[in-house]
Design a binder for this molecule. Structure first.
Ligand SMILES: Nc1ncnc2c1ncn2[C@@H]1O[C@H](COP(=O)(O)OP(=O)(O)O)[C@@H](O)[C@H]1O
Ligand SMILES: [Mg+2]
Length: 325
């Protein structure tokens, strides 16, 4: 059974505000995206900055409203149609851990108040004493101490703050935890610790993950299944081990080689991988052809004229490319 199933999801942002909005210039941030995450599965959404990962995540928790498509939770709930109380309950089951722990934790609150801020207004609030016990246990589970409840987030390091965010996400025992670049802002040594913590939590709880990352190798290490996004579209999806061994889409291959080059800074420069660092321009008009044509070494007339469909190229392995056999 799938925890969440996304079908042909779309979201565009208007580039112009007010009167100029009528000129209709849009950023096609999420363009026809489909995927599904099973129970206990970790799905990795990977792609360069600006490809639409965060927008996809925010659509899932209805921080943004989608323009089209379908989001189904537990096969039955139509997420786009949820109202008020139902939406609140849904948001207890699908939790979002933000990229930047410094900005997502209110510095004036104690760790305890940060952890229970959502809980307190839920129908499941068990009272102050019980909540404090649960918060303490959760804090210990993420490798911190119960006495940290009285301290303030600002007193902690980036890695510890991210542990607090994760504890907050897990406190209500959600079915799906969305981790949006949770290690990107951290030092490499700390990144490993947080990833290990997530692996540990995953083995102890029945928990599905949407793991968002721009680093394909990190995602392959951590995830069961990977979806590679480019300019708002999914270009390839496959079991992580399969993708690692035999990526088929030219873009995925480029990402793997970039991950390789990023290991050494000078080589990164030498690889002239300029677009691989920094933000890729998102499509400003609805594309007729493939989204990747500008950077693809194998582009043909057909790629420019016609959008390739997502096609099965192996067991559970799909790619959006005419060239892949
Ligand atoms: N609230 C917004 N208003 C306008 N444009 C946005 C908004 N959020 C994201 N975008 C644009 O949508 C595209 C996808 O952004 P995002 O989902 O944040 O990408 P990622 O998380 O992969 O870096 C980018 O071009 C970004 O500038
Ligand atoms: Mg993002």
């Amino acid at each position: 059974m799938a925890v969440i199933t996304v079908t042909n999801l779309k979201k565009r942002f208007n580039l112009e505000a007010g009167f100029f909005a009528r000129m209709g210039r849009f950023v096609y941030a999420v363009n026809d995206v489909s995927f599904s995450i099973g129970k206990n599965e970790t799905y990795g959404l990977v792609g360069e900055s600006g490809c639409g990962k965060t927008t996809t995540a925010r659509l899932l928790v209805r921080m943004y409203e989608s323009d089209a498509g379908e989001i189904r939770f537990q096969d039955t709930t139509d997420v786009r149609a949820l109202r008020h109380g139902q939406l609140k309950t849904y948001r207890e089951q699908v939790k979002y851990v933000f990229q930047d722990p410094a900005r997502s934790l209110n510095p004036r609150m104690s760790v305890y108040d940060v952890l229970v801020s959502g809980y307190r207004y839920s129908s499941r609030w068990p009272g102050e004493k019980q909540a404090r016990d649960e918060a303490a246990a959760m804090l210990e589970e993420v490798g911190m101490s119960a006495t940290d409840l009285e301290r303030r987030p600002a007193e902690f390091s980036g890695g510890q703050r991210q542990r607090i965010s994760i504890a907050r996400g897990l406190l209500l025992k959600p079915d799906l935890l969305i981790c949006d670049e949770v290690v990107s802002a951290l030092d490499v040594s700390i990144q490993g610790q947080i990833l290990n913590l997530l692996l540990d939590l995953r083995s102890r709880h029945t928990l599905s993950f949407l793991f968002i990352a721009h680093d394909l190798k990190v995602a392959c290490y951590f995830c069961d299944t990977i979806g590679v996004m480019y300019r708002g579209e999914l270009m390839e999806s496959a079991p992580a081990s399969d993708l690692y061994r035999s990526a088929r889409h030219p873009y995925t291959r480029m990402l793997f080689s970039a991950a390789f080059y990023n290991a050494g800074e000078e080589r990164a420069e030498a690889a002239s991988a300029a677009p691989l660092r920094g933000e890729v321009k998102t499509a400003l008009k609805e594309l007729t052809g493939c989204a990747f044509t500008e950077r693809c070494p194998f582009v043909t007339e057909r790629c420019l004229a016609e959008r390739p469909p997502m096609r099965e190229v192996g067991a559970g392995h799909n790619a959006r490319c005419f060239q892949v056999m």
